[in-house]
Ligand binder design. Structure first.
Ligand SMILES: [Zn+2]
Ligand SMILES: [Zn+2]
Length: 58
């Protein structure tokens, strides 16, 4: 297994659900509106990302 001393570079997902669950996925998308990082699955999810862009985004 990987060594415990190595931490993921960069940001973690800052998404927090309504249940106040944290997400420990690596943040892969940065939102300039709220200045937070989100993982791929939470970036477009309004339950985790209050200012998620609308799904019509090209
Ligand atoms: Zn945002
Ligand atoms: Zn996440």
């Amino acid at each position: 297994m990987s060594s415990a001393g190595v931490k993921t570079k960069g940001q973690l997902c800052h998404g927090v659900s309504r249940m106040d669950e944290p997400c420990d996925e690596p943040g892969q998308r940065f939102c300039e509106r709220c200045g937070l990082w989100f993982c791929r699955s939470h970036f477009p999810d309004p339950e985790w990302h209050p200012c998620a862009p609308e799904q019509g985004e090209s």
